[in-house]
Write a protein that binds this ligand. Structure first.
Ligand SMILES: Cc1ncc(COP(=O)(O)O)c(C=O)c1O
Length: 408
């Protein structure tokens, strides 16, 4: 139904639960109108907008689907564990994860996946230092803090990839402790992919054991479909987290975490729910599992490969058009993300660009159109072109020579 009304009051006033009567329909319509208006110029954040999920929402949206406990539990009442297990199996399969050493569940998002994986790794290696780069997502330092672990921050290169020489130097200083290393497959700002084979080489060279976690919130599924991200025995990866509302376009925040069965701890059985407590949250959203299952069931591997390929083609087109308009944009070859110098505020605000200082990005997620890109380029072309090409804040040249803060 198309919303036709907006409340005369501001949304905050109209939604105030202390006033009576409340015009519920007007408040909900107002939210939809605002979201619809923003959608046309929303090209800065990584949610795919091309998948139609109305069938799932119409059929399942009216009740609670709770996958409380471990996905392998039989469950009782209304739950979607069978679909959750199918999603976990599909994601593990496209990553070539060994069938005899896999476990996972559907999370509330990439953040919970990172926490769950780092929790498992830290339980196994309680004295480990957790290494992550300056380009890692903020959920990583947050997880480290929640776990009470020790962090070692590794420099990243101007293009967002980890500085492996700096990693080696920091590992060398702490070689007596195990290492939990977080590599990112698709950094938030530039969609850089850390090379886990180089990280392994560093660990092996220094005789350090531990756990390698891949934060693949955005790029995990598309890279796996290309065969560029593999979780097989040779890869030496312990865990991977992806977001479900990014490439797979679920209309509610969710994600998938995969952990090697052999590295995680068994949970306790909870008598009153008759489930095993292996997940970060207790109650878990069964609707999210159904939405992810539907996205996969209706498109399959080939459909999702095609979506990724179209999105990359649009990203390449965007770089070309921006460069032609005098804006020095760039992207990694596999990326949907286009990095550019931060445009003047009116353009940045209108197009909801994600910005970090002098660098911004747009993300050509499936569903973004050439028309939107052309309109954005037309807007930006009316502004003065920047003098500098974008560079992440911490360049190799500006790196401190020695981190004296800790060798712990
Ligand atoms: C690299 C990376 N990791 C983790 C996350 C967090 O994912 P979520 O928002 O699903 O919790 C993001 C979100 O943008 C991200 O870019």
């Amino acid at each position: 139904m198309t919303p036709t009304r907006t409340p005369a009051l501001s949304l905050a006033d109209a939604a105030d639960l202390n006033q009576a009567p409340i015009d519920v329909a007007a408040v909900l319509d107002h939210l939809v109108c605002e979201a619809d208006a923003a959608a046309a110029t929303s090209i800065g954040f990584p949610g795919a907008v091309d998948l139609d999920q109305t069938e799932v929402l119409a059929r399942l949206g009216g009740r609670l689907w709770n996958n409380i406990g471990d996905p392998q539990d039989p469950g009782a009442g209304a739950h979607t564990r069978a679909l959750e297990r199918a999603v976990i199996a599909w994601v593990a399969d496209i990553l070539a994860m060994p069938t005899d050493d896999r476990w996972g569940y559907i999370t509330t998002g990439g953040t919970e996946g990172n926490l769950s994986a780092l929790h498992a790794a830290h339980r196994r290696h309680p004295t480990a230092r957790i290494y992550y780069s300056t380009a890692a997502h903020y959920s990583i330092p947050k997880a480290v803090e929640i776990l009470g672990a020790r962090a070692v921050v590794i420099d990243s290169r101007p293009d967002g990839e980890m500085d492996y020489a700096h990693l080696a130097a920091q590992i060398r200083k702490r070689r007596r402790w195990p290492a939990i290393v977080v590599a990112t497959a698709g950094t938030t700002l530039t969609e850089a992919v850390d090379d886990h084979t180089r990280i392994h080489a560093v660990l092996n060279e220094h005789g350090v054991t531990g756990h390698l976690h891949i934060d693949a919130a955005l790029s995990g599924i598309p890279l796996a479909l290309d065969g560029r991200l593999r979780f097989d025995d040779a890869a030496g990866i312990g865990s991977i987290a992806v977001s479900g509302h990014k490439f797979l376009g679920a209309p509610t925040p969710c994600g998938v975490v995969l952990i090697r069965d052999s590295v995680r701890a068994n949970g306790n059985r909870v008598a009153y729910t008759d489930t095993v407590d292996t997940t970060i949250t207790g109650s878990r959203c069964g609707l999210a599992a159904a939405l992810l299952w539907h996205a996969i069931a209706t498109h399959g591997r080939e459909g999702h490969r095609w979506r990724a390929s179209e999105a990359r083609t649009l990203a390449a087109y965007t770089v070309y058009q921006l460069t032609a308009a005098g804006w020095p944009a760039w992207r990694h070859p596999h990326a949907f993300t286009v990095v550019l110098p931060t445009p003047p505020e009116p353009v940045r605000k209108k197009w909801l660009l994600a910005t970090d200082g002098d660098t911004s990005h747009i993300i050509c997620m499936p569903g973004i159109t050439r028309g939107q890109i052309d309109a954005f380029v037309a807007d930006i072309a009316t502004t003065a072109p920047p003098r500098q090409i974008p560079r992440p804040r911490l360049s190799l040249e500006s790196r401190p020579k020695e981190r004296t803060d800790d060798h712990r």
